[in-house]
Design a protein around this ligand. Sequence first.
Ligand code: ZN
Length: 160
Amino acid sequence: MAIRLIVTEPDEVLHKKAKEVTKITPNVQKLVGDMADTMYDAQGVGLAAPQVGIPKRIIVIDVGDENGLIGMINPEIIEREGEQFGPEGCLSIPGLNGDVRRSMTVTVKGLNRDGEEFTVTGSGLLARAFQHEIDHLDGVLFTDVAEHIYKPGQESAAKE
Ligand code: ZN
């Protein structure tokens, strides 16, 4: 496994719709592992393949809860409930935060590294991470959907 370079704004790969993975190859499996290494190295809680320059529908998430590392291929939100409003940042947009309205709970379906389907239901930060990372696969950044954008250290407008 290896740490990959994180692509930052205004790279155009961040604004493209990523392609579905049609076959789980050793390269795809290695990419999932590399993305996890890269996310941990950067102390992030999630990373999408376009952020390492690869326009494929793959995400990794670890918000430090009992789910541990979630690596998901072709993730799809199949259920949403409630609403939350709070701060987000992005490894591809250093130096900015934004307050984003998201669903409070989501159920997400996708494939693991062995090509087996699984679903995860998460609330709060995990739900926020899923929505943020899946947005990346559609070329949507938090700065596109935030209601308020500010520098770290400045006050978030959201009171959760
Ligand atoms: Zn991001």
